[in-house]
Design a protein around this ligand. Sequence first.
Ligand code: FE2
Ligand code: FE2
Length: 157
Amino acid sequence: MAKAKATDILSLIEAEHRQVEQLFTQIEKAKGNKIPSYFQEIYKALNLHARTEELAFYPALREYEETQEYIEEAEEEHEDVSVLLEEIKAMKPNDPEFLEKISELKQAVQHHVEEEESEIFDAVRECMSEEQLTALGEEFKKAKAKLEPDVEAALAQ
Ligand SMILES: [Fe+2]
Ligand SMILES: [Fe+2]
């Protein structure tokens, strides 16, 4: 039997980006009371993704000259996304501006995702080995499992 395949951190991050994009497509098509439940999924997925990157990916970027320069902007973009998530969470789903805010959030996320998958990933591939990326993938999974209860708790507040 084949051994479970170890995954590099970049593939894990990309897979989560695709999941979030999927959720945005779903919330845009959703009607009525489905909208808040999709927002909850987006809130959870994005917060968990960003916190996990901050714990298990961005510190690795700090280690290399090629990647250091991207951290500050990436962290600012996480902060922008986080502010929007909290603003939307505080809104009533029937607020006329709710979907407008969702689309603002989507644009902010898209911009950040594009930056990660182009500039940042390119720089990472230049300075980190396959083995390192696989080891970071393991750390990413562990960090995510550790952070999940906190994000769940934040959602319930
Ligand atoms: Fe990020
Ligand atoms: Fe990301």
